[in-house]
Ligand binder design. Structure first.
Ligand code: NAP
Length: 245
């Protein structure tokens, strides 16, 4: 299994759950080297093979390097979790969106999903001599809600992820690959502090239907189920893990 953005948050919870489920894992990260290495150590202690690869998912050459590293160390990928993503710093309205920030938001949150899926399909597809696999794209409830006054550019990118999930699922349905998405609501991770709003989870949680944010582990459970043979006839689905929001 390759987990992009696997060093922290939802990605790290997915890596741990994958280790418990018996997967060998390639963990991608960009800056959290110590956390990624600690996860590698954790998985190896469980008897799994694991590597951590530092590449920027917003860069195509780096994405190629990630897959080549996984090929060399672990063999061809059977599950890809497109999880790396993030929002721009601070909140902004449409009238303050800058073209260079927009480019980065789209490259990371949408471009990386499409390009990494391309590399996975080349390895998994029975049409390319592969033995099948599963792709799981981590979207966001903001794809439905639009994130007005916050990050509409990010929300629009996630909307693109959902559209891509549905199209790709159909395109390669008879090539042994299932493609699904999870759409987390407000999840208690470091992502919010990185946007300059460290208290966002506490402030927003009381306005949510369940009066609490979700946990990274609750999202990871859905990802692992989608990856498993228990979901063998599930493709083109997008599971909301958003506490009724
Ligand atoms: P997080 O705690 O901030 O972790 C983000 C992960 O992505 C880290 O492992 C980070 O690596 C990696 N990453 C960021 N930019 C990268 C890049 N350019 N190249 C490679 N890796 C990169 O975020 P999270 O809350 O777990 O979010 C995970 C996914 O869930 C994202 O796609 C996010 O949009 C989505 N999501 C989150 C929420 C939420 O409320 N938390 C809600 C809906 C959707 P480093 O640590 O090495 O930088």
């Amino acid at each position: 299994m390759i987990v992009t953005g696997g060093s922290r948050g939802i990605g790290a919870a997915t890596v741990r759950a994958a280790g418990r489920a018996g997967y060998d894992v390639c963990i991608n990260y960009r800056s959290s080297a110590e956390k990624a290495q600690a996860l590698v150590d954790e998985l190896q202690a469980m008897g799994r093979r694991a590597i951590a690869v530092c590449v920027d998912m917003a860069n195509e050459a780096d994405i190629l390097q990630l897959f080549e590293s996984a090929d060399r160390a672990l063999g061809p990928v059977s599950v890809l979790v497109n999880n790396a993503g993030g929002v721009p710093s601070g909140r902004h309205r449409v009238d303050s969106i800058r073209a260079d920030d927009l480019d980065q938001v789209l490259r990371l949150n949408l471009g990386a999903v499409i390009l990494a899926s391309r590399e996975a399909v080349k390895r998994m597809s029975t049409a390319h001599g592969g033995s099948g696999g599963v792709i799981i794209n981590v979207s966001s409830a903001s794809a439905r809600l639009g994130a007005p006054n916050l990050w509409m550019d990010y929300a629009a990118a996630k909307g693109g992820v959902d559209t891509f999930t549905q199209g790709l699922a159909i395109e390669i349905a008879d090539e042994g690959i299932r493609v699904n998405g999870v759409r987390p609501g407000l999840i208690d991770t470091d992502m919010h502090a990185a946007t300059g709003m460290p208290d966002r989870v506490v402030r927003a949680a009381k306005h949510l239907p369940m009066k609490r944010a979700g946990t990274a582990e609750e999202v990871a459970e859905a990802i692992l189920w989608l990856a498993s043979p228990a979901a063998s006839y599930v493709s083109g689905a997008i599971i909301d893990v958003a506490g009724a929001r």
